[in-house]
Design a protein. Structure first.
Length: 509
């Protein structure tokens, strides 16, 4: 499932000379206005659907329980402070983090040791609970209350973050939620984050009428060396109306650095990608990559794919044999149940393309809307995504569940809290639009507006993440029950001892 992180990674390409991060010692900073406050706002319908519905509450409860359990093991291991019943101490604090307004900040102090501080609005009784339950983990911490705020500082002798927090909360931020997280710094304490390769990320969430608005920036540690050539769109093959459309460019320097992509590398490396899907009961989804020689790219794809399939067969990592057969200008992937997977060399007035389809592309349809074409003309745009999440989620579920089954990974349980939350989150109609542009030598700016916070792929990723075998890792390997052992044959019944001979009657001699 590492390729799921690659979907996110296509938005984040960074290379070349050194650039300064805005806050190099920052690890994470989070502000949340509190679910109670947000739910009372007149424009909170979108937030309520994804975060305070009964399905969302069940999902949040399960996430809080799992995070508390993991953190109860991670903190003692890294702070060298064993805490009996640590999960039970941490778990009730996560209920307050979901309901109450708070500001959390974590920074790397001199010497590299992190200092964490939080200011959270709590009733006196809850403040006492926080102090009692956090003290065993942080023996040097300070706890105090001020004007309804409970302030915790894990190591005030280092940086004194706690004293700064309440000043930043007057007045409170305008956004409902703000996040600034330095992934490379965080990976020093949780190495699994290195696999994502994400830069420092900051964004805020606010209301936009009855929709949510998410805006922010990616700060890269290195200056970017992107080739933003004009969009080369296969206009004759992309039909509307569709339920999702994605365009991304500028990744030709980033892609060769990714280990997961090395086995499928085309030469020359592509620099643009288009993805789209059409409404339907099945899952008609398509991809197009501009290439200088489509026939050569198709032959390379067949060779790389067949090598990967043979490797998967030898390792028994597929449920059935899958083959990639090349006939002239068409590549047919056989053996995938319930789907028709093909790729072909495509020539259009705008150029040559490597075109892939999951179910045949209908020959007729409406052209791309003029508004979409003009949207792609945005200066320095590197990523654009439009979708109707309520239509895309059922379709994406079919595709991803099929992929998980085919590769012997655990499918998302339809009875789980995560699955029910995903379905509820996607129930609101409306379009979501996301754009990411290069706004500086080492900076991307992004903006999203829609009926919910997450896209269909993000919802699916979060739901599966909760169900991962090694949460907060992302191992979805199928764990099959051990085969029943043959029962040993029943033991032969013990032979009964022969009855003792009856004593001879007296006088029988």
């Amino acid at each position: 499932m590492k390729n799921l992180s690659a979907v996110i990674g296509l938005m984040l390409f960074g290379l070349a000379a050194r650039a300064a991060l805005p806050q190099p010692d920052l690890i994470a900073k989070i502000y949340f206005a509190g679910a109670q406050t947000i739910a009372a706002a007149p424009s909170a319908n979108a937030f309520t659907n994804q975060f305070t519905s009964p399905e969302a509450l069940a999902f949040r409860t399960e996430v809080a329980t799992k995070v508390a359990g993991w953190l109860a093991g991670w903190l003692p291991a890294n702070l060298n402070t064993p805490v009996p019943d640590g999960a039970a101490k941490l778990r009730p604090l996560f209920d307050d983090l979901q309901q109450s307004e708070f500001l959390l900040e974590i920074r790397a102090a001199a010497g590299g040791r992190p200092e964490a501080a939080i200011a959270i609005k709590l009733a006196p009784g809850r403040a006492q609970l926080w102090q009692a339950n956090l003290k065993p983990f942080f023996t040097q911490a300070t706890f105090r209350s001020s004007a309804g705020w409970f302030i915790f500082d894990s190591a005030p002798a280092l940086m004194g973050l706690g004293d700064k927090l309440t000043k930043e909360l007057a007045p409170p931020p305008a956004d409902w939620f703000n996040l600034d997280i330095n992934w490379p710094r965080l990976a020093q304490w949780y190495p699994q984050f290195k696999e994502l390769g994400l830069p420092e990320t900051e964004f805020g969430v606010s209301a936009a009428g009855q929709q949510l608005k998410i805006g922010g920036r990616f700060h890269f540690p290195d200056n970017l060396a992107l080739k933003l050539a004009p969009w080369q769109i296969p206009l004759n093959s992309i039909h509307s109306p569709f339920d999702s459309f994605t365009a991304v460019r500028g990744f030709s320097s980033w892609l060769p650095t990714q280990k997961w992509a090395s086995a499928y590398q085309l030469s020359p490396v592509p620099n643009q990608l288009f993805l789209w899907s059409l409404p339907g009961a099945v899952f008609p989804s398509y991809a197009a990559v501009p290439v200088p020689n489509a026939a050569a790219a198709l032959a390379q794809t067949q060779q790389h794919l067949q090598t990967a399939l043979l490797s998967a067969r030898s390792s028994d990592s597929l449920i059935s044999p899958v083959n990639a057969n090349l006939n002239k200008d068409e590549l047919d992937v056989s053996g995938v149940p319930f789907a028709s997977v093909r790729a072909r060399a495509l020539t259009e007035p705008t150029g040559q393309f490597l075109f892939a389809e999951l179910f045949p592309n209908p020959p007729n349809g409406l052209p791309l809307p003029p508004g979409l074409i003009s949207r792609l003309d945005t200066k320095n745009l590197v990523f654009y995504h439009w979708e109707s999440t309520s239509e895309r989620v059922p379709q994406l579920l079919q595709i991803t569940q099929l992929g998980l089954m085919l590769t012997k990974h655990k499918q998302l349980d339809g009875k789980s809290a995560a699955y029910r939350w995903l379905q509820k989150s996607a129930s609101v109609k409306g379009a979501s639009e996301t754009g990411i542009s290069q706004s500086g030598p080492a900076e991307f700016t992004f903006l999203r507006q829609g009926p919910g916070l997450f896209t269909a792929m993000e919802l699916f990723t979060l739901a599966n993440w909760l169900e991962a075998n090694n949460f907060p890792g992302f191992d979805l390997t199928q764990t099959l029950p051990l085969p029943a052992q043959d029962a040993p044959p029943p033991a032969a019944p013990a032979k009964k001892p022969a009855p003792a001979a009856a004593p001879a009657p007296k006088g029988s001699h």
